[in-house]
Ligand binder design. Structure first.
Ligand code: ADP
Length: 264
């Protein structure tokens, strides 16, 4: 559906002639709608844990007043729910910060290998908790790209965390860095490969959308907010980089970041 705004401007003072302009408003309308959807989704996502906390408070004051076992259990659930709300708010703030500054200033150089090593270090406890072994296929020396270390750290962290969370059943995650394009504009590919359930083809184009989750129950159980990949996409756009996703159901998934290499 296309929407136009019509504007009429008189030609000269009394020629009786008008120039009529049709302005295509479809894109503006689409963005308005996306914004409204986003606010509705975010409110819903925050409201759900809040409603559950309110319900437990009521139960603790009433029927479960003198039940120590129930009390402990309910407090634990309430703590989990507040954690979920805090994660969601952090992710919403990251997204809105990224949207306010869509362009990365004249950046510094980031050593991708060092950044990836550091992300692996941060997530090793989560991996061992999930029974996942992280296998490194990394070059010996530094690999420099222009950009922000903090932002690329967040990208790699989100992708490795997803690989460990969703690919848990595969038992291992392979992290690799290799040249992906030679020539005048060389690129480096940073890949996170898991051997879990994978992602069905029809979901792949949509999983980087905000709040899109393939299986809401599993993602909730996995402490997801549905915003991780949306943040990844935003940061990569700022770095002139791309994300490619390959997967076969039952065999796992590979998320690859293609970054332009720093010119020396
Ligand atoms: P979440 O906070 O739910 O993890 P993301 O934006 O990071 O949000 O991911 C969106 C959805 O994509 C996840 O809920 C999950 O369904 C799917 N997904 C992401 N990574 C993987 C993976 N490695 N294997 C299978 N599914 C994945």
């Amino acid at each position: 559906e296309r929407v136009f705004r019509v504007e009429a401007t008189p030609v000269g003072s009394d020629t009786g002639l008008f120039v009529i302009i049709f302005k295509d408003q479809s894109e503006a309308r689409r963005i308005d709608r996306m914004r409204a959807d986003f606010i509705a989704n975010a409110s819903h996502e925050l409201r759900t844990p809040l409603a559950s906390i309110a319900g437990f408070i009521e139960t603790l004051r009433g029927p479960a007043k003198n039940d120590a076992g129930a009390r402990e259990n309910f407090l634990q659930i309430m703590q989990n729910q507040t954690g979920r709300m805090a994660r969601l708010i952090d992710d919403l703030l990251s997204l809105s910060r990224l949207e306010m500054k869509p362009y990365l200033g004249p950046g510094s150089k980031v050593d991708v290998r060092e950044t990836v090593e550091s992300v692996i270090g941060t997530l090793t406890p989560l991996a061992s908790e999930s029974g996942v072994v992280i296998v490194r296929e990394l070059p010996e020396g530094p690999v420099e790209v222009p950009g922000s270390r903090d932002e690329l750290f967040q990208v790699f962290e989100n992708l490795l965390e997803n690989a460990c969370k969703y690919g848990q059943s595969g038992g291992k995650v392979v992290v690799s860095i290799e040249p992906s394009r030679a020539g005048p504009d060389p690129e480096v590919a940073v890949s996170f490969r898991d051997f879990g359930p994978g992602i069905a083809e029809e979901h792949i184009p949509r999983i980087t959308e905000r709040f899109y989750r393939v299986d809401v129950d599993t993602s909730r159980a996995q402490k997801g907010t549905g915003l991780g990949l949306a943040i990844v996409k935003h940061i990569l756009t700022r770095h002139n980089a791309r994300l490619s996703i390959k997967s076969k159901v039952g065999e796992g998934a590979t998320f690859t970041v293609h970054l332009p290499v720093a010119k020396t």
